[in-house]
Design a protein around this ligand. Structure first.
Ligand code: CO
Length: 134
């Protein structure tokens, strides 16, 4: 069911500092920051030859990553995103297997304009999983 790793997301307290670390210290290609108010984050994409890293900073008062940064003040790995061919088939299979889909269970449009779902981290060894229809 799972395809490629689409991206790995890291929550950071200061996007400018994190951008500089990836661009200048690690020598990676880094995008301009993009505000995604509907997701409560500002994101920078680190383009790697085989995948992307997304650096996420909270945006607004109700950001879904604010609580994560309270627990991890210096930042940390927030989720991993796997590609699936058909997100509805994937969801139905997971629900049948007892996995918990976050929210109302309906796919939302993700940062790349594709349908995404999130799976409860307690069902997958402490890691929040995002599924994106490729
Ligand atoms: Co993501």
């Amino acid at each position: 069911m799972l395809g490629r790793v689409n991206h790995i997301a890291i929550a950071v307290p200061d996007l400018a500092v994190a951008t500089a670390a990836y661009r200048d210290t690690l020598g990676a290609a880094v995008s301009q920051p993009q505000a995604l108010p509907e997701h409560g984050v500002t994101v920078v994409f680190v383009e790697l030859p085989n995948t992307k890293v997304e650096l996420l900073q909270p945006l607004g008062q109700t950001s879904p990553i604010a609580a994560f940064l309270e627990k991890n003040p210096s930042g940390g790995m927030h989720h991993i995103c796997y590609e699936v061919e058909d997100i509805i088939l994937a969801r139905d299979r997971l629900v049948k297997a007892g996995a918990r889909v976050l929210g109302d269970g309906q796919p939302k449009t993700g940062a790349h304009g594709k349908p995404v779902l999130f799976l409860h981290p307690k069902d997958f060894f402490g890691t929040l999983i995002e599924l994106e229809q490729a």
